[in-house]
Design a binder for this molecule. Structure first.
Ligand SMILES: [Zn+2]
Length: 239
């Protein structure tokens, strides 16, 4: 067992209560296992749209919808998907959107070694940078699951964890229900988590996501909201 393993074992003992452990691993506003944010500044009537698990074959359709409304968003991409669809990853960047790291192969980080976790993040980081020329500063954990060793990996790679204030459940709910969930979660500084892919699946069915974005953008704009990238919405003094 290496030093990291011993430290993780010791830390695990501290979190002996299952309730505390579940909180640390899964709850969006917990930063116990790695620094993360889950909402932006409340100073502006702004919402950040984030899309995980891309790029996918359907990402260009999403980019068209966003462009139609003049909206920029943040895309947490998996390294393996970027290698599969490098051109689409570059299209996301040229559309003015922000790219974050969503690991290389979308594993649950739960119970993995610090070395495994760092390798997953570093490999995605390298792929994204080599493909798009952009080095991500933001990280989203697959399934929102954080684990021991993530803190150090984020630190070494200069990544800030980003969770969400509302997760869309767009991979399992019908469009109408997802739309209502996002409207209910709309508030200043909200961070919405949607999906333009489904893990590493090729040609995933993301029609519910696309329909939701089409429906929700005009409704929220009518309510006076505008949309910011995650980096921007975290800044209290912007605009
Ligand atoms: Zn994901």
């Amino acid at each position: 067992m290496n030093g990291t393993g011993l430290a993780a074992g010791g830390a695990a003992a501290v979190f002996a209560s299952a309730g505390v452990m579940a909180y640390a691993v899964r709850v969006p506003w917990s930063s116990m296992l790695a620094p993360s944010v889950y909402q932006g500044s409340g100073a502006r009537r702004a919402i950040a749209l984030t899309f995980d698990d891309g790029p996918s074959e359907s990402t260009p359709e999403l980019l068209e919808i966003l462009a139609l409304h003049g909206v920029t968003a943040t895309f947490f991409q998996c390294g393996a998907n970027v290698r599969r669809l490098p051109q689409i990853s570059r299209e996301v960047v040229s559309g003015g959107h922000e790219i974050g790291n969503h690991t290389d192969t979308h594993p649950r980080l739960f119970c993995h070694s610090g070395r495994f976790i760092e390798r997953e993040l570093a490999h995605a980081q390298k792929t994204i940078e080599q493909t798009t020329g952009v080095r991500p500063r933001l990280f989203r954990a697959p399934y929102g699951v954080r684990w021991f060793g993530l803190r150090q990996a984020q630190q070494r790679l200069g990544l800030l964890g980003v969770m969400w204030s509302t997760i869309a459940l767009d991979w399992k709910w019908p469009e109408s229900r997802v739309v209502q969930r996002l409207l209910d979660g709309s508030r200043n500084g909200a961070i919405f988590c949607l999906h333009d892919g489904r893990r590493l699946e090729a040609k995933p069915d993301i029609r519910a996501t696309l329909g939701t974005v089409r429906a929700v953008l005009p409704k929220l704009m009518e309510q006076g909201f505008h949309f910011e990238k995650v980096t921007d919405i975290l800044c209290p003094t912007q605009n």
